[in-house]
Write a protein that binds this ligand. Structure first.
Ligand code: FHN
Length: 597
């Protein structure tokens, strides 16, 4: 069965790993029988949960580290570049287990300096760290007593990076966490492998593997390093017994925060969008977007496609404005060095953050659905923060804020700014003497917590008379969500969910209606209607499949939509959904076919 994360496939990584993407979906099929939940935190009270999640909610920024044997081949095998992300080299190149294991004696990262890594995280403004204790290749980055495939038993490097890092983090007040691939293990017999095993040595029973390798290693990790975060990844066929075995050790660490990738319907503590920022965050869940700085998690020497410090900083601001955390990855090389371009960028993000820290840490999400300028908002107590990416030529305005402004200042320099209130209540904020090219942060100190009444989104026609009804302008009902860039409306797995837009037609007219949509082959065939102000417009359609959830096509409905002059609500409403989902929808274009004079 396909799941909703699979429907969206916004991230190239997920596109490359469809079967895993299904497994990591936050909307997994509920277990058929009503058995008690296997989620170890299922019975805690809201107050207990709030206390446990407090530091995470305030942190906003963490360092992800993908480091393991794959740093040795660094994206090349037998002199040839291997496509896909660095840490997947064993699977992509179908490297036999014994050959891959020969990397271990070559792994001697003598330049590894836990203090320097933790210091870099601190300089970048990161409040927590999550490192791969064991990735899918099955190699443990700690001296485990379970099996011999680990840094202690099979490399010349006799140190314990996890012990060193956890100590270095603790010294700096940085929370330490571990990533653990609980099902995929391409080394041990029985471990799962996306795409299937390619070496007889991998064959065996997954549940035996979980019980005898993964669960005892988990217990070692939780006992020895006392992590604050446990980052599961890529669940495959996790039975209730597997979940129980894997979480047994949670009792040793009741404050542990674990993500939503354990499997078997366990919701976990955090949603984990990967390589994209969900357009509206997850309003009722804690969440964390993980992203790479270039295009790989594990080190690949030829991947030089580094994002700019500006875009990384703006990602952080964007994520904070949606109430989430940014878990930004570094991929150290086989000597134990974090690549210089990554270090430089993290330092630049940190420099901005140092000047503007109050706009990010311990803030809550924006009270605005959309702002009239290129930027983002966050809130802390009685202060509304505006991060302005590009100062508008016509001046900075803000409408809808009901709470009086006591003072406006720039965050970095404390310069007082003038705020003038227009007759319609719109605020005009004076331009600071110095703008920050990445983002100029402004604090509006209010007389109370910000109350915002946003003007409704009423779409007017474009210059050519057409209407563009985009994903981010829509009102979504039910479980629908917008995600991705460009944004699309997805998670459309219920036929009772609908999507609507408000438009203002300057005169009566008829319009051709064109959908920009995708729908993977197995999911085609849904039917829908278009309503105007609650009445059937007579326009309807059947969703034809496209090549994949990433393959967007245009689809023009038969007939024309008649709109009278004035305001209207247009609603796209499914009639039948024979398969998993209706479609992913980027938007609708209404093109005028005849203007009634
Ligand atoms: O397959 C992994 C991948 O290698 C990487 O670890 C990312 C990080 O979130 N998670 C997986 C796929 O979702």
């Amino acid at each position: 069965m396909k799941t909703s994360r699979f429907l969206l496939l916004a991230a190239p990584l997920l596109a490359a790993l469809p079967a895993l993407a299904q497994q990591t979906s936050p909307v997994q099929a509920a277990p058929a029988q009503a058995l008690p939940s296997v989620d170890p935190h299922a019975n805690e009270t809201k107050a207990q949960r709030d206390a446990r999640m407090k530091w995470f909610r305030e942190a906003r920024f963490g360092m992800f580290i993908h480091w393991g044997l794959y740093a040795v081949p660094a994206g090349e095998w037998k002199g040839k570049p291997v496509g896909s992300i660095g840490e997947w080299i064993m699977n992509t190149a179908k490297i036999p287990v014994a050959d891959y294991a020969m990397l271990a004696p070559q792994f001697n990262p003598t330049k590894f300096d836990a203090e320097a890594w933790a210091q870099l995280a601190q300089d970048a403004g990161m409040k927590y760290m999550v490192i791969t204790a064991k990735h899918h290749d099955g190699f443990a980055m700690f001296p485990s007593k379970v099996g011999g495939f680990n840094i202690g038993a099979s490399t010349p490097f006799k140190r314990d990076p996890l012990a060193e890092l956890s100590a270095a983090c603790r010294k700096r007040g940085i929370k330490f966490g571990v990533y653990y691939s609980q099902a995929q293990d391409w080394h041990q017999p029985g471990g799962a492998a996306y795409g299937g095993h390619w070496d007889k040595a991998q064959d065996g029973d997954l549940h035996h593997y979980v019980k005898n390798v993964a669960a005892p290693q988990l217990s070692e990790l939780l006992t020895k390093y006392k992590p604050a975060v446990l980052w599961w990844d890529t669940p495959v066929d996790m039975s209730r017994e597997d979940i129980q075995a894997l979480t047994e050790a949670f009792a040793q660490n009741p404050q542990l925060i674990a993500n939503n990738r354990l499997g078997n319907g366990v919701k976990g503590d955090t949603e984990t969008p990967e390589q994209f920022i969900p357009a509206q965050g997850f309003p009722s869940r804690d969440w964390e977007t993980c992203m790479t700085i270039n295009d790989t998690w594990g080190f690949k020497k030829n991947d030089l496609n580094f994002k700019s410090a500006e875009s990384l900083t703006r990602n952080l601001i964007d994520i904070a404005s949606k109430g989430g955390n940014y878990l930004l990855n570094v991929g150290p090389d086989a000597t134990g060095t974090i690549p210089l371009p990554e270090v430089q960028r993290l330092r630049e993000v940190g420099a901005w953050l140092k000047r503007n820290r109050e706009t990010i840490y311990a803030t809550t999400s924006s009270p605005y659905k959309r702002l009239p300028f290129d930027g983002r908002a966050t809130v802390k107590g009685n202060t509304l923060y505006l991060n302005v990416f590009a100062w508008p030529e016509a001046g900075l305005t803000l409408s809808g804020l009901q709470t009086p402004v006591r003072r406006a200042r720039t965050v970095a320099s404390g310069e007082t700014l003038q705020v003038l209130k227009g007759a319609d209540g719109t605020l005009h904020i004076s331009k600071p003497s110095k703008l920050d090219p990445v983002s100029t942060a402004i604090a509006l100190e209010l007389s109370g917590p910000p109350v915002v009444m946003e003007p409704e989104i009423l779409l007017a026609p474009q210059a050519d008379g057409s209407f563009k009804l985009g994903a981010t302008d829509a009102t979504l009902e039910g479980g629908l969500k917008t995600e991705g860039n460009p944004s699309n409306i997805g998670f459309w797995t219920s036929a009772s969910d609908s999507v609507s837009w408000k438009v203002s037609a300057p005169h009566a007219g008829k319009y051709q209606v064109q959908l920009d949509y995708s729908c993977e082959p197995d999911s085609g065939g849904s039917t829908f209607t278009l309503e105007v102000d609650g009445q059937d417009s007579g326009l309807k359609g059947t969703v034809a499949p496209t090549a994949s959830w990433n393959d967007y096509k245009s689809f023009t409905l038969d007939g024309a939509l008649a709109l009278s002059e004035g305001k209207h609500t247009l609603r796209l409403k499914p009639v039948a959904k024979p398969n998993l989902a209706v479609m992913n929808l980027r938007g609708i274009t209404l093109t005028q076919v005849k203007a009634d004079k």
